[in-house]
Design a protein around this ligand. Structure first.
Ligand code: AHG
Ligand code: MN
Ligand code: MN
Length: 333
């Protein structure tokens, strides 16, 4: 096992692609990996400590907050904020921006979904953490503001996710390919397990909440009817795979091929998923792995954000499969 490459070493080696790198990006990716270890520690023993269930509060999304949502949020803010490398943060669980202590030394903005797949926490189904990193637009960290958090996804300098599943895997990109690391609890390290992940051009899975069929527009219904027709020449019918944790559905499709769709619904006219800390980071990763991510018409990474928690429809995964879904959405099929 000579190729025991820790995520810290891999991130350091990535630094050679950034000639003007000050090592800051390396440090803050390590901060994120460290925070992931803290969250993992609680997630894997959630049934043993009093962090299952609901807090009785409702968050800015209007959703009931689970104890593990809050725990993960607080851990990430404290574990990462303490080093002063981020001047500003935006979290799914916080209505406004977060200015961490010692932010005066930070050069970056962090957007994150501390616990993705909350509905699955208490039933031992994979959940995750998703993060997105931008350089500050200005030079004065003390002037960091919401505008540093509302940059197009194409401006990201790094993005990644952690999936707390049968094993704990951290996947990240800095624009130099996509790399996955599996946590080894015997040594407390994330070790390189998936170098240069590339996603198949097409797959055999489609991921969508069929239970929302009545809420879909006619275009989406036509797409669903199409993907389930018998046609061996086009690999149809595809198989349904929908876990209810975006990060788990995305990770499976990234590795095996397939398409994830959260379209506009009558309940969520702009889709349910959030642009800044779900769609953008996963779109960056997906494109780096050779896939495609749009809102059905526009590339996710080209969308100019207007609000921290704005939602977007999301069509993401294998390029050929995403294009088919888009063609239905656009009324071309
Ligand atoms: P979060 O737990 O961070 O709020 O995210 C939940 C999201 C996403 O993980 C998942 O794909 C989607 O909600 C499922 O939504 P539906 O239950 O409406 O299908
Ligand atoms: Mn989420
Ligand atoms: Mn969440």
């Amino acid at each position: 096992m000579s190729n025991l490459i820790t995520i810290e070493r891999h991130i350091l080696e990535q630094q050679k692609y950034f000639p003007d790198a000050s090592g800051e990006l390396t440090d803050l990716l390590n901060d994120v990996a460290f925070a992931a270890k803290l969250v993992r520690r609680e997630v894997v023993r959630a049934g043993l400590v009093d962090i299952l269930g609901f807090t009785g509060n409702v968050n800015v999304q209007g959703e009931e907050v689970k104890k593990l949502d809050l725990f993960a949020n607080e851990k990430i803010i404290s574990a990462i904020g303490q080093h002063g490398r981020f001047a500003v943060m935006g979290s799914e669980e916080n209505e406004g921006i977060i200015i961490p202590p010692k932010n005066e030394t930070g050069s970056y903005a962090l957007l994150f979904d501390p616990l993705d797949g909350s509905s699955n926490i208490d039933v031992n189904v994979s959940v995750g953490t998703i993060f997105s990193i931008y350089k500050l637009k200005g030079n004065d960290p003390c002037k960091a503001s919401i505008s540093d958090c509302l940059q197009k996804g194409s401006e990201q300098v790094a993005a990644g996710y952690v999936i707390y599943g049968s094993s704990v895997v951290m996947v990240y990109t800095t624009g130099q390919g996509v790399h996955g690391f599996t946590y080894d609890p015997t040594i407390g390290e994330f070790l390189l397990s998936h170098e240069n992940i590339t996603t198949p051009k097409s797959g055999k899975y489609y991921s969508i909440n069929e239970g929302s069929y009545a809420q879909f527009n006619e275009a989406t219904k036509k797409y669903l009817d199409y993907i389930k027709e018998e046609d061996p020449a086009t690999g149809r019918p595809y198989s349904t795979r929908y876990i209810g944790s975006l990060v788990a559905d995305f990770h499976r499709n990234l590795l095996t091929g397939g398409v994830f769709v959260y379209p506009p619904t009558t309940k969520h006219l702009n889709g349910k998923l959030r642009l800044m800390y779900e769609a953008n980071p996963l779109a960056f990763i997906c494109e780096q792995a050779g896939g495609r991510a749009t809102n059905g018409r526009t590339r996710i990474l080209d969308i100019q954000p207007a609000e921290l928690h704005q939602r977007t429809p999301l069509y993401i995964g294998s390029t050929e499969d995403v294009i088919v879904a888009e063609e239905f959405e656009q009324g071309l099929r």
